[in-house]
Write a protein that binds this ligand. Structure first.
Ligand code: ADP
Ligand code: MG
Length: 252
């Protein structure tokens, strides 16, 4: 569904993506983790060509992103994106936030788009909040509306960039639960997150990035419990406070 072939990207002289090769199958859930500045957001943004790469190739659902003939509107129509900050339209109610793009971009009727949005609000557990304005919603509720708004465009791929990192701790699970349900329905998902519980529940593979490079790819236990690369080990022990078994002491 998504294929990176030796993708490189520089910002001025700084290489932010270094020889990225990764293939993501339809229905796969990929979690990307790594330190701040590793290039995780940039990598996500290359998938819908919000950031172009300088060399290599990215193929999304058969579309070659380096090909100038690839239509960005069709590409982006297949990809939903959810950010750390929800950016809902502040003067529109929850349901109108969700119906807006399908009406404006897809030309859906008010009735059709409202039907679809009503189902999506139910799916994210917010039927009772349909007429609330963003300011009246908690951060967790706003993020669930943002997810429903993305889903209203019927994307084939969903990208999430640290979707829970701006939330108070007690609001994180309600958002993760919506994402877990989506993963279980077979959505192709690429999720930048440090929520290890989410990764363990639904990630098919975890990608550890550092310094623009993919250092290590594996199952959640491979990466979180038994990382091989020294930088993955360092990162896991500092961020997750998981004691990592160090074989260098084995013979002592
Ligand atoms: P992450 O999401 O892993 O924290 P980013 O993808 O945001 O990392 O950034 C990777 C590197 O690229 C960082 O060093 C960052 O400062 C740099 N960077 C990101 N966006 C830009 C930009 N628009 N212009 C210049 N440098 C950028
Ligand atoms: Mg980022």
């Amino acid at each position: 569904m998504i294929k990176f072939i030796a993708a490189n990207k520089w910002f001025n002289n700084h290489q932010v993506l270094n020889n990225i090769s990764l293939e993501i199958a339809k229905g796969e859930v990929i979690v990307i983790c790594g330190p701040s500045g590793a290039g995780k957001s940039t990598l996500l943004r290359t998938i819908n060509k919000l950031e172009p790469i300088d060399d290599g190739e990215i193929i999304v659902d058969g579309m070659y992103l380096s090909d100038p003939k690839t239509d960005l509107t069709s590409l982006r129509a297949e990809i939903g994106m959810v950010f750390q900050h929800f950016n809902l339209y502040p003067h529109k109610t929850a349901i109108r936030n969700i119906t807006l793009a399908p009406r404006k971009v897809r030309g859906l009727s008010k009735r059709k788009s409202t039907e679809r949005a009503t189902k999506l609000l139910e799916k994210v557990g917010l039927s009772h909040r349909r007429d609330a304005f963003p300011v009246q919603l908690s951060g967790g509720e706003q993020q669930r509306v943002a997810i429903a708004r993305s889903l209203a465009m019927e994307p084939k791929i969903m990208l999430f960039d640290e979707p829970t990192s701006a939330l108070d701790p007690e609001l994180i699970n309600e958002v993760l639960e919506v994402m877990i349900a989506l993963a279980k329905e077979g959505m192709t998902m690429v999720v930048v997150t440090h929520e290890i519980g989410f990764a363990q529940k639904v990630a098919d593979r975890v990608v550890f990035m550092d310094d623009g490079e993919i250092m290590e790819v594996g199952s959640p236990p491979d990466i979180f419990v038994n990382p091989q690369h020294p930088r993955t080990k360092d990162f896991m022990s500092s961020v997750f406070h998981i004691p990592v078994f160090d074989e260098s002491h084995e013979e002592e």
